[in-house]
Design a protein around this ligand. Sequence first.
Ligand code: NAD
Ligand code: DAU
Length: 359
Amino acid sequence: MKDKKPNTLNLLITGGAGFIGSHVVRHFVTNYPAYHVYNLDALTYAGNLENLKDVAKEDNYTFIKGDIKDIPFIDELFDYYRFDVVIHLAAESHVDRSITNPNDFIETNVLGTANLLNAFKRIWINHFEGKQFLHISTDEVYGSLGKTGLFKETTAYDPQSPYAASKAASDQMVRAYANTYGLPYKITNCSNNYGPNQFPEKLIPLFIHNIQNNKELPVYGDGQYTRDWLYVTDHAKAIDTVFHKGKIGETYNIGGLNEWTNIDLIHLLCEQLDLKLGRPKGTASKLITFVKDRAGHDKRYAIDASKIQDELGWYPEMTFEQGLSKTVDWYLDNTNWLKNVTSGAYQAYYDKMYGKQED
Ligand code: NAD
Ligand code: DAU
């Protein structure tokens, strides 16, 4: 243990080396010099300290390598640092992996969250004033929508994948600790994020990488599945807004107001990449290959974000055109980042998931 900061707000961010977590860490480290940000991350395949090299040396930042599944370690950590606030993002996050290995999701997302709740409760019970456990969740807990309708905070939970069920269980555990022990919590449920530093197992970075390398674009089913896309820094700002202005005991849905069917989004991505790579129009779309559907594939997600907008004044700032263009540029400019994360174990995952292809 090292670097304990007295007389400051000690803020623990879990999963801060991952995609969204790294943007959240950067946001808090740069905007709140009076807080000390501790980033706890196990550095699984999805965690990468390169994502944070620009803030790694800041005085108000400390990285701690560790696993939220490790109870003695978590207990010791909370005893030592006595975190005032937890923003909890650490999770197994990929639906396809949850279909292959559900137990990893139960262990990290459910048990790991319970370990943090137990440690936080133990150090602050009867002294919860000014403390906060902000749990970062997903819109997938609400299940799947038909052609119309939006997920509201009051929509009944109906998770459909092992990932979604593990996140739903963790959300309910947080609420149960509030009801039973008075834990001061907030929960956010967000739609699909995109932007720099997303691991290339997820749709947008995977397809950018494949187009660049002239590999097939594996579209699940008929491609008529709908997602509501939000630029990742807008999510980080929403988390800041809920952290500072949200009410204890409340849930806030966060969305991009930006629905796309997968196939339309893929065509847009193909057009952008043809242009940026200087290839003839129509080159990338020839790579589109319809493949076997994801098991239990949710048809449509769409968020009603009116609560966070009306009550807390948050709105997404990035347009999709700008955001997608920035994202594509980032991946084209950071081929080394991509090379590093797609070597080794990821290559084996890819071959198992999609079949081996010539590079
Ligand atoms: P990610 O997979 O990119 O990152 C997860 C991070 O958690 C990694 O850095 C990983 O090393 C770390 N981690 C995993 N298991 C751990 C453990 N046992 N102990 C400590 N650290 C561990 O995920 P992401 O896409 O950035 O998602 C972050 C959070 O936001 C998740 O809770 C996810 O459910 C939620 N969320 C994601 C999206 C999205 O579109 N990606 C949307 C809404 C909500
Ligand atoms: O809605 C929020 C959720 O969004 C987050 O909670 C998850 O952590 C995050 O992974 C994301 O889940 P999705 O399953 O929606 O994201 P993914 O990028 O895996 O897939 C987006 C859509 O694209 C989905 O309909 C499946 C489809 N798809 C995905 C891949 C990886 C394909 O057609 N082909 C693919 O190869």
